[in-house]
Design a protein around this ligand. Structure first.
Ligand SMILES: [Cu+2]
Length: 598
């Protein structure tokens, strides 16, 4: 039970409005974290904020930096966007998932599409999570938020904005820090290793800060007729983030994000809307074991670390979308491009005497795409939406030499490997919404979509030395494809919103983490962690409801169930979350609220 008591200005009417808006706008394969829910959330990051939504959960690696899981799918099977901008982390061990790179205080709401129904963007095999940033309100405004809690948990943010007739702007700053918290048994979260483990924290570091992040953001906009142009920039400096479950900790994550968008309404007679976007973001991530016993000086450890990885990722892209009134409906069409570069170098003492290894060997991924989607109101109660998309992706590992490919990677694979690969993949979907009754809407969707394997899955190469297990990408991977069916229903009344959905995903060439043995034997026992394509299926159901009761009471309940199966082995897929659910009851009279959740 988590009771909370806070002030809220007009939350009561907000919740009733929320129920109405959800009923009108949200399909049964969508979720939305509203502005009220964002404001009330005590979550440290997006992953934590989303974990109680039906179909969503998160993976915890440290005190912060929770990674989002949607219907059992994670990593690059999901698109994580901020204002439509693709974000990627730098760490090969995913210390910094995409959602780590912006602050929760920047966010106004979060939209989630469950399933591959977003044709306007490449990837998104199992869904898309898009956070929408705050916009300047009319006139001048400012807000300060400060939370302080146990273990010196500090979460502070300040924003100031001005919204004029033609020009507007917004400035924001957030600081977050916390000491290492204690777990239920009273031990520090860093105190998890036996006294013989080289991975345990050094005595003077065990009780240090768990994380320390500063985020600064600024944006400026100008109206163009009914449209708008906007430039936004953000810088984030995360220092000293501890990951007790991993063997290293992050020294820093430095992130730059730049996003320019322009929307024009009716620019020419045939075009009702034109949308142009160009963006750039970059993450520098440094991790090492300087906090751990393993970095203590010895014959082999001659620097202040035993192992270190210096990782960088850079992503930029552009898109041009248009909306055209065509026949009885409207056509949205567009082209887009992005380049994602990922480069990581590992240095380790001992076997390699700090010789740098191209762990992610400076890999460029270039994606070119085009799509068209038609929305057709067949009758006043039946709507069809469908479309197709095509993507060409080329991936080149610049720092993976033929010699390294042949000696380190090739022995584990029967195919002849190359340091570049490409993928040509179509996607399509068809969605039907039927207003069966005034309050009841039925949704049926079918979709097929693909994503390219990422740089890590294709080309990572970490030789650990001796008989320790290597970590190798599989350059011969195929692009996974998800063929999905969804059936859902939502019920909307003046004081109730209920949504139920069933889904079935058949994923061909799903990328599974596996262990390979050196196939030519050669007397070697060195195994490798690598990636394989398998056929998988995932199915499940979700239910959620929100209810306004008499006496200023509000109730909410969610239930999610998901099962996954590796069809090649008939074994359950790993990392599938169990059945989960939540119920909450809230008293809210408009000036304060009390909420109990389970
Ligand atoms: Cu890392």
């Amino acid at each position: 039970m988590v009771p909370a008591l806070l002030n809220s200005a007009h939350a009561e009417s907000l919740i009733v409005e929320e129920i109405t808006v959800r009923g009108q706008q949200q399909q049964s394969n969508e979720e939305n974290l509203t502005i009220r829910e964002v404001r009330e959330s005590s979550a440290r990051d997006i992953g934590e904020a989303l974990q109680n939504m039906p179909g969503l959960s998160s993976i915890r690696k440290g005190t912060i930096a929770n990674d989002i899981v949607l219907r059992g799918f994670q990593r690059d099977n999901l698109n994580m966007f901020l204002d439509g901008v693709r974000l990627h982390g730098g760490c090969p061990s995913r210390m910094d998932p995409p959602s780590f790179h912006f602050d929760f205080a920047e966010v106004e709401s979060i939209e989630i599409i469950k399933g591959p129904y977003d044709l306007a963007n490449p990837g998104g095999l199992e869904g898309t999570v898009n956070a929408v940033s705050k916009k300047p309100k009319p006139g001048p405004s400012a807000a300060v938020n400060l939370s302080y809690g146990s273990f010196n948990f500090l979460d502070g943010s300040a924003t100031a904005s001005y919204g004029g007739e033609r020009l507007d702007g917004l400035l924001g700053y957030a600081h977050k820090a916390s000491d290492v918290p204690k777990s239920g048994d009273g031990r520090l979260l860093t105190d998890v290793y036996p006294s013989t483990s080289p991975n345990r924290y050094r005595q003077d570091r065990i009780d240090s800060k768990a994380y320390d992040t500063d985020t600064f953001w600024v944006k400026g906009g100008r109206k163009i007729g009914e449209g708008r142009t906007q430039l936004a920039y953000s810088y984030q400096d995360a220092d000293h983030v501890l990951y007790p479950a991993l063997l290293m900790d992050a020294d820093y994550d430095r992130t730059h994000r730049l996003n320019w968008t322009t929307t024009l309404k009716d620019p020419i007679p045939a075009l009702s809307k034109l949308f142009i976007q160009a963006w750039y973001n970059q993450v520098d991530h440094l991790m090492d074991d300087t906090q751990r016993i393993s970095s203590l000086p010895s014959l082999k450890v001659t620097r202040n670390y035993m192992m270190l990885t210096d990782a960088k990722t850079m992503t930029f892209g552009a898109k041009l979308n248009g909306e055209i009134a065509l026949g009885p409906g409207s056509l949205t069409t567009g082209i887009d491009f992005y380049r994602r570069n990922w480069d990581a170098t590992n240095q380790a003492a001992g076997w390699f005497n700090y010789t740098p290894q191209p762990m992610i060997p400076d890999v460029d991924m270039d994606n070119y795409g085009a799509f068209g989607e038609y929305s057709w109101p067949l009758t006043s109660f039946l709507q069809i939406k469908g479309g197709a998309r095509f993507d060409y992706t080329r991936v080149v590992a610049h720092d993976l030499t033929d010699a390294r490919l042949a000696s380190l990677y090739q022995p584990y694979f029967s195919e002849t490997l190359d340091n570049e690969t490409n993928f040509s993949e179509p996607s399509a979907n068809l969605q039907l919404s039927w207003q069966a009754k005034e309050a009841l809407e039925i949704f049926v969707g079918a979709a097929s979509a693909s994503r390219p394997p990422d740089q890590q899955e294709l080309f990572i190469g970490l030789q650990r030395g001796g008989t320790s297990r290597n970590w190798l990408g599989n350059p011969a991977l195929d692009a996974p494809r998800n063929n999905q069916l969804d059936i859902g229903a939502k019920w909307t009344g003046s004081s109730i919103f209920a949504s139920a959905s069933l889904f079935y995903s058949s994923v061909n060439a799903f990328i599974n983490i596996t262990e390979a043995t050196d196939p030519d034997g050669a007397g070697s026992l060195i195994k490798a962690r690598t990636y394989e394509n398998i056929d998988a299926r995932v199915w499940g159901a979700e239910f959620s409801s929100q209810l306004a009761l008499p006496l200023d009471l509000f109730a909410r309940a969610t239930l999610s169930y998901v099962r996954g199966e590796n069809r090649d082995t008939n074994q359950p897929l790993s990392e599938i979350p169990p059945l989960s659910g939540s119920v909450s009851l809230r008293y809210d009279n408009g000036s304060y609220f009390v909420e109990a959740a389970e």
